[in-house]
Unconditional design. Structure first.
Length: 219
């Protein structure tokens, strides 16, 4: 998928700061809009209520989505101790996938996305799990590394062209971060092709319509 000089120099600095902030808000706003939809998507069954709790192992990138929705709180008292305990266990069992998943989740909750990325990468070296790879891609996207994120989604789709989460996220990033409505349309149309009864088909179709409108504006 987080944020005396002369009058003329001050105004220039203020303007540059405003432009940077506006750009950042625009990009994050677009990402948050789509991720709000992601929270309501059940990727392997009937639609789940929006208030459903985060479940470890779910294919949706809920940790990443939660950050964008402001659902991950600041680290509470004792949180660092829990993380330290996980790290100590990992020292004794470095290839334990369950511990690596816990370490990544603890890092996300501590708002340390860079550490989460390292744990996801360690996990993927042991087992190429598409859910973990999607979470890695989401984490790259959160840090603004769009190309690295798309690279992870592409790897998932190479192994499984029907993976709806990778298709959904690819479309989102291509439209909001790469200004590539054609690529977004292709990803989302492929999603609908393989998943005609997708729980969020209506929302995907709305986004396809918006992407088509953006494509016309580019013509």
């Amino acid at each position: 998928m987080e944020n005396q000089s002369p009058a003329s120099a001050s105004n220039a600095t203020t303007k540059a700061s405003t432009e940077w902030t506006s750009t950042k808000v625009y990009v994050l706003g677009a990402v948050c809009l789509v991720l709000g939809v992601l929270l309501g998507v059940l990727f392997h069954g009937p639609a789940r209520p929006a208030a459903a709790p985060v479940v470890a192992g779910n294919s949706a990138p809920q940790d990443f989505a939660a950050i964008h929705q402001g659902l991950v709180p600041q680290a509470a008292d004792g949180a660092s101790m829990v993380a330290d305990n996980i790290l100590r266990e990992l020292e004794n069992d470095p290839d334990n996938l369950e511990l690596l998943a816990k370490a990544a989740k603890a890092s996300i909750h501590a708002q340390d996305v860079n550490s989460a990325i390292e744990f996801y990468k360690r996990s993927l070296k042991i087992k190429d799990d598409p859910e973990v790879r999607i979470k890695l891609g989401d984490s790259y996207a959160y840090l603004g590394s769009t190309d690295l994120a798309l690279e992870q989604f592409a790897k998932v789709l190479k192994a499984d062209p029907k993976n709806d989460m990778a298709l959904f996220n690819s479309g989102m990033l291509r439209l909001s971060a790469k200004n590539d409505p054609k690529g977004a349309i292709q990803a989302w149309q492929t999603l609908i092709k393989y998943h005609p009864d997708h729980a969020k088909r209506a929302q995907v179709e709305q986004m396809i319509a918006k992407a088509k409108a953006a494509l016309k504006m580019q013509s």
